[in-house]
Design a protein around this ligand. Structure first.
Ligand code: PLP
Length: 273
């Protein structure tokens, strides 16, 4: 594997996220991504979901202490170069993650504020949303909301691509160091994502407008998970944040493209990678 570096070690990436029994999203998507990008993947499971391509049947939260034990066990032995955070079901789980990040001084953190599944099931409690903003936004290197999550966080509708820059800046003001606002849920051939990074030492905030042509496919389940874990993998490989985001977008696009004609289940199929 090309990523094995001079220390005889693969870059180590930890996913703190939910399990998706259908294999399309959550930690299952994250591990596939880490392996494909030449990283060593580990997991701290926050919740189990029973789901398939048609919907979520039930959710079982993991007790906070068990979650903390998973994080401590891998950090203390194997070590972690970057972290991806996905589904966090309850305020207690959010607080546990915040405390663990501090205790282990983990700062290469990609936060995907997972709220609703592709087929509409709520994956986070209302009380947990505010705690994600107050406790995890400031601890993450980048936060990666999709359009629906951004609307929920901002409390207003977003209906056009030219509204995304302002929205990303408003999300940055909620306390994040950088925001990747994904505009893929807006209609149109052009998919626009906005990356905005906080201003440092008097410089203006850095803003990137990332375009790509839409790939037509039903297999969209796990897109957000895969993007955020690819960003974490590229950060672990030593990429800067803008470069990691660009490279991760290319990875997701190639997975969308490669699997666009595959049929898996009767509902919204998984990304194929
Ligand atoms: N995490 C888990 C455990 C899920 O079940 C889901 C969706 O069902 C997600 C995250 C979000 O998936 P996506 O990458 O499609 O936004």
């Amino acid at each position: 594997n090309t990523a094995l570096n001079l220390t005889n070690r693969y870059p180590r990436v930890l996913s703190i996220a939910g399990s998706d029994s259908s294999g399309g999203a959550g930690i299952q998507a994250d591990l596939k991504t880490f392996s494909a990008l030449g990283c060593y993947g580990m997991t701290a499971i926050t919740a189990l979901t029973a789901q398939n391509t048609q919907g979520v049947r039930s959710i079982h939260s993991i007790p906070p202490q068990m979650l903390r034990d998973q994080i401590d066990a891998v950090v203390e032995d194997i070590g972690v170069d970057a972290v991806k955070i996905g589904m966090l079901h309850s305020p207690e789980v959010v607080m546990t993650v915040a405390e663990a990040l501090d205790a282990h001084r983990l700062t290469q953190v990609v936060l995907d504020p997972v709220m609703v599944s592709a087929n509409g099931a709520k994956l986070i409690s209302d009380e947990a949303v505010a705690v994600v903003v107050s406790e995890l936004f400031p601890r993450a290197l980048v936060v990666t909301p999709n359009l629906d999550e951004a609307m929920l966080l901002l409390g207003r509708k977003l209906t056009a691509a030219d509204e995304l820059e302002l929205a990303a800046e408003e999300l940055l003001k909620q306390g994040a160091h950088a925001v990747l606002l994904k505009g893929g849920h807006l209609p149109g051939h052009d998919v626009v994502d906005i990356l905005v990074q906080e201003s440092v030492a008097g410089q203006l905030a850095e803003l990137h407008r990332l375009h790509s042509l839409r790939i037509s496919t039903h297999n969209l389940h796990g897109t957000g998970c895969t993007l955020s874990s690819a960003i974490a993998a590229y950060l672990a490989l030593g990429f800067s944040l803008p470069d990691a985001v660009q490279a991760a977008r290319i990875y997701v696009r190639s997975a969308l493209d490669a699997g666009s004609h595959v049929r898996t289940g009767a509902g919204i199929g998984p990304l194929n990678h």
